[in-house]
Design a protein around this ligand. Structure first.
Ligand code: ASP
Ligand code: MG
Length: 441
């Protein structure tokens, strides 16, 4: 029987089977034999609680970089199928070592490579996507009380060759496997102990968040709070896989809830209803330091002009973020947009090349801006968040250059030297240093 990652096999929830848990260990968590042993002890502790565990491992820290360099040193025009054969090897080593260590601790386990399960992928070598996971063999072994150690980052392509998922892809492996086997939770063990209300290096009063919704996590991740691969969070959201981010260097295991739980909004609502936690309008302050702003002055105000601007940008591979079009003064208007600093030069040359087509008078560049955002699902039901944000920035003399909003986020563009100040001001204004009740446990 085959189960896809879209719908776990129907008898997954059936009588008698033990609950399942996915535990993913990143590169620093398996960096050497001591660390692998520490990770294996956590697996043993969860297994002792009655879980069938699927452990997903990354390569030892630095190992994948080394393998990538080997390939590139031979030729920069490498055969992507052989690249995958080489770079997938790091995970093969750690899965075997983890299985051996578990056996040593008296926990019956075996390793599985992506192709053995198999984890079927589609898309190009080096950047494949998981299409489906045949869990039959693995689940049968669970039935024989044999825990699974699965190599992250890799699968089997349509050409029957090893395929890898792109750098950082083992988070995605873990979420996809959790969906496929109907795991109760997917614990991501890493070198930080959770997701914070903002970057503690900027605001020392930043606090670990204990519960956050998928949507909020997606906004925070894409804005720089990079703990989890964004793609993995999207997948978890689609399949409602509860994720916990937690530290591998802490004594506590996932079932003791030391980390940040990323889950469905309904689950958070339920906890609020039951008095387990307080609702919060804003969950975090995200930022993106290296932004740039381009304004095209006195653009023709006519149908097709936006297409004439953003078409060439898209073709140049430029990712446009904020867009503001001014009210037109007569037949002309100004158009402002932001891009990352990395895309700035390409964006400018695309605009200069399209000058005649677009018909603007001046191009004004500013590569000295940052974006700061407040994020929270509470904005859906509470008004006044934007006002509070603008007031807090005004009180600290921070000028706002551009504003954009979504249902759960308000973003502003500020001069780069004010970015830290803006993050601190907003963190204080929304009292994010205060732990919502019952989250202190
Ligand atoms: N080992 C792979 C990498 O370094 C996959 C991962 O760790 O997520 O990109
Ligand atoms: Mg990672």
């Amino acid at each position: 029987m085959t189960s896809t990652i879209v719908s776990p096999s129907p008898d997954d929830g059936g009588q008698g089977r033990r609950p399942r848990l996915v535990m993913k260990f990143g590169g620093t968590s398996v960096a050497d034999l001591d660390r692998i042993r520490g990770a294996a002890e956590k697996v043993a502790a969860e297994a002792a609680r009655g879980y069938d565990v699927a452990v997903i491992v990354s390569a030892m820290a630095g190992e994948t970089n080394k393998l990538v360099d080997y390939v590139r040193d031979i030729s920069t025009l490498y055969d992507a199928r052989e690249y995958d054969a080489v770079v997938a090897a790091g995970e093969q080593v750690t899965s075997g070592l983890m299985a051996l260590t578990l056996q040593q601790l008296g926990v019956p386990a075996r390793s599985w490579q992506g192709w053995q399960i198999p984890i079927r992928t589609v898309g190009p070598h080096g950047a494949a996507r998981i299409d489906r996971i045949d869990t039959e063999a693995l689940e049968q072994k669970f039935g024989e009380q044999l825990h699974a150690v699965v190599s992250g980052f890799q699968g089997l392509g349509p050409d029957n060759r090893i395929a890898t998922l792109g750098r950082g892809g083992s988070d995605t492996s873990a979420v996809a496997l959790a969906a496929a086997i109907g795991a109760e939770r997917c614990d991501i063990y890493t070198d930080v102990d959770g997701v914070y209300t903002t970057d503690p290096r900027i605001e020392s009063r930043a606090r670990k968040i204990h519960n956050i919704s998928f949507d909020e996590m997606l906004e925070l991740a894409s804005l720089g709070a990079k703990v989890l691969q964004t793609r993995a969070v999207g997948l978890a959201k689609n399949h409602k896989v509860r994720l916990q981010v937690l530290s591998t260097f802490e004594d506590r295991i996932g079932s003791e809830w030391p980390g940040t739980l990323v889950c469905d909004e309904d689950e958070i609502q339920q906890k609020i209803l039951e008095g387990e936690m307080e609702s919060q309008v804003v969950s975090g302050v995200a930022f993106s330091r290296d932004e740039a702003k381009i304004t095209l002055q006195r653009v023709d105000d006519r149908p097709g002009v936006a297409a004439a601007i953003f078409g060439p940008l898209a073709r140049a591979g430029v990712n446009v973020d904020m867009i503001v079009q001014n009210i037109s003064a007569g037949t002309r208007t100004d158009m402002t947009f932001t891009v990352t600093l990395a895309d700035f030069d390409r964006a400018i040359s695309a605009m200069e090349a399209a000058r005649e087509d677009i018909g603007y008078e001046n191009l004004v560049k500013d590569d000295n801006v940052s974006k700061v955002s407040v994020v929270g699902v509470g904005m859906r039901s509470h008004t006044g968040v934007a006002q509070k944000m603008f007031q807090a920035l005004a009180d600290d003399g921070v000028n706002i250059q551009v504003i954009t909003t979504s249902e759960i986020k308000v973003s502003v563009l500020v001069e780069r030297k004010y970015m830290e100040l803006a993050v601190q001001a907003l963190h204080a204004a929304f009292q994010l240093e205060r732990a919502p009740r019952a989250e202190t446990a």
